[in-house]
Design a protein around this ligand. Structure first.
Ligand code: COS
Length: 380
């Protein structure tokens, strides 16, 4: 059975997120992009509005919504600002390993207090020499008595240095390759874990992305997630669930660019007419709208599969890859429609174009997504 009709709850949360974005995010997005800072007051308001930790079950203090609802909210939030959404949306990436592999005790101990406040989490996988090739990570974990001792450097970590909880991937034995990779929970106040250099970014600038340094970080033995050596699979299973959300945010960025381009094309007069009356512009707007609809359909399909408990590795990669490529093309076209004004910071479209670029890169480059899709096709 296929239906694109949202449930009453989904319509209500979509409206709530849309109103929130209009009131709290759009008015300040350009300022925080310029300042390259997290608007902490907005994070608190997102939390109070019940729009944070959507995917975390209610019994651990989250909102317990399904994947489609999460995607609907992510689209609305990214319509307002990709970077601001990325700051609290990143909790989905960082907490999913705990939801997938955590024991009941770990969920009680870590999720409940985390979700009781507007806390941020960080997912620490990438390293200077291990981006697409996760198997190359060098951060080590050594068991000493009843404690794990972690050492290494992570890079490009969203919320690095400002998170209250870190999910850290480290190797217990480099000679074992991916079979040595293990996932750990590290509370943000643990001595030895701290934020390093904060990155200066092209776009996505209202999010805090930095190195995370681990220097003899000692955590209790029971902070290991799942089996020792299962970290790579946990990371891949996590990305299967979160890549569709990157797709949803890319749809939000693209939809905003289309709305800005439509508004401008109706107002801007050249040769005595609004430029929207020229077919050259109409065809661009039509292509933008078509691509956005197709991208959202792929995102919702992947989310629907996840909601049914199905494996959606291929569909999640398709949704992320297609939607982020769409966001890039649509935002470039929006800048083109706005012409010289589009290139200037007084209008929001140049920011959308800068923001769109990262969606083709993070949570696996679009080359990696194509590789994942190709492998899945060959398996089928
Ligand atoms: N779910 C469950 N298990 C998975 C899986 C998935 N989605 N993907 C891979 N695995 C398992 C495989 O089944 C295999 O298990 P066995 O050894 O038991 O057979 C194992 O993991 C290794 O898989 P594979 O051979 O595909 O690993 P590769 O080293 O070739 O790496 C890629 C695969 C490149 C796809 C992976 O490293 C990747 O996604 N890289 C990008 C990482 C990324 O997104 N980084 C961004 C950081 S987050 S901002």
């Amino acid at each position: 059975m296929i239906s694109f009709e949202l449930t009453e709850e989904q319509k209500a949360i979509q409206k709530m997120a849309r109103d929130f974005v209009r009131k709290e995010i759009i008015p300040i997005a350009a300022e925080y992009d310029e300042k390259e800072e997290i608007p902490w007051q907005v994070i608190e308001k997102v939390f109070k509005a019940g729009l944070m930790n959507l995917h975390v079950p209610v019994e651990y203090g989250g909102q317990g919504v399904d994947f489609i609802t999460e995607a609907i909210v992510a689209e609305e939030m990214a319509y307002g600002c990709l970077g601001i959404n990325g700051t609290f949306g990143n909790n989905a990436l960082a907490l999913t390993p705990l939801l997938i592999a955590g024991t009941e005790e770990q969920k009680e101990k870590f999720l409940k207090p985390f979700c009781a406040k507007p806390n941020l989490a960080a997912f620490c996988l990438t390293e200077p020499e291990a981006g697409s090739d996760v198997s190359a990570i060098k951060t080590t974990a050594r068991l000493e008595g009843d404690e794990w001792v972690l050492n290494g450097t992570k890079c490009f970590i969203t919320n690095g240095g400002v998170a209250s909880l870190y999910t850290v991937f480290a190797t217990v034995d480099r000679s074992k390759g991916i079979k040595g990779i293990t996932a750990f929970l590290v509370p943000g106040d643990t001595p030895g874990i701290y934020g390093g250099k904060k990155e200066k970014k092209m776009g996505d600038r209202a999010s805090h992305v930095a190195e995370v340094i681990l220097e003899n970080v000692r955590i209790p033995r029971e902070n290991v997630l799942g089996e020792v050596g299962s970290g790579f699979k946990i990371a891949m299973q996590t990305l299967d669930q979160t890549r569709p959300m990157i797709g949803a945010t890319a749809v939000g960025v693209a939809r905003r660019a289309l709305d800005e381009a439509l508004k401008y094309a109706k107002e801007r007069k050249q040769f005595g007419r609004p430029i929207a009356e020229f077919q050259a512009i109409q065809f661009m707007l039509a292509d933008m709208a078509m691509q956005i609809e197709a991208a959202r359909a792929l995102v919702w399909k992947a989310c629907w599969m996840l909601d049914q408990g199905m494996k959606a590795t291929k569909e999640g990669a398709m949704a992320k890859c297609f939607a982020s490529d769409v966001a890039m093309r649509v935002t470039v076209d929006a800048v083109q429609i706005l012409g010289g004004y589009g290139y200037m910071r007084d209008y929001p479209v140049e920011k959308l174009m800068r923001d769109a670029k990262i969606t083709q890169i993070y949570e696996g480059t679009n080359q990696i997504q194509r590789l994942v899709i190709g492998r899945e096709l060959l398996k089928d």
